[in-house]
Design a protein around this ligand. Sequence first.
Ligand SMILES: [Fe+2]
Ligand SMILES: [Fe+2]
Length: 256
Amino acid sequence: MNILFIGDIVGAAGRNIVFQYLKQLKKDYDIDFVIANGENSAHGKGISYKIYERFKSEGIDCITMGNHSFSKREVIAHLDKMNDMVVPYNYPEDLHEGYKVFYVKGLRLCVINLLGSALMHPNRQDPFEAMEEILNKVEADLFFVDFHAEATSEKRLMAEYFKDRLVALVGTHTHVQTADERLLGNLAFISDVGMCGVYDSIIGRDVSEMIEALIKHEKTRYKIAEGAAILSACVIKIDETLKKATAIERIQIRPY
Ligand SMILES: [Fe+2]
Ligand SMILES: [Fe+2]
């Protein structure tokens, strides 16, 4: 089984580069299931129901989220129709189950989304405790985790601790792809898959606006960057009999 995981999709530029390359990537890597992180897909913060529907119609099977899950509050009214979206299990508001079991090639694939501890929202359940809770209650053949966290050390620790019980643990949130992809026990691991968004930006945000806000301390409105985009993703190969990962490959498509 081949799973394509697409890193944080930021704004229109991120969405468009994914739509541009998705069919080709699915064909080239013989993909059975596509997961994409959509926490920044609506103008850099959150997701809308309309964008969710477009993701589904373009061929994304599951959309994971993060700390920006409900930055667009109107999405809450549509949650009952957004069955293939997974919001962090330990999100501070109790609005979602935090995992979902999909049927892929006759196996139950449980996709989990979790928030990290370091430099993240303080009001959430410990991710290690949350992970343990999910593994104890959910019946599935394969467990795939999008660990939405800031610190590479915390992501690696999570992978080491659960390496015999998960098939994949991929990091999201920093928007910068790391070159540490590897197999570890039964799982495929990477600290961060990186983002799909404007290449000349600071994690998707406009550079000039950030200079004004953070260096000159001027009052600004959050501005998403405009321009050519980078696509960041990875492909994970799973042996269906052994129920373990056998390969992980990073993908980056840069505009120049
Ligand atoms: Fe993000
Ligand atoms: Fe995030």
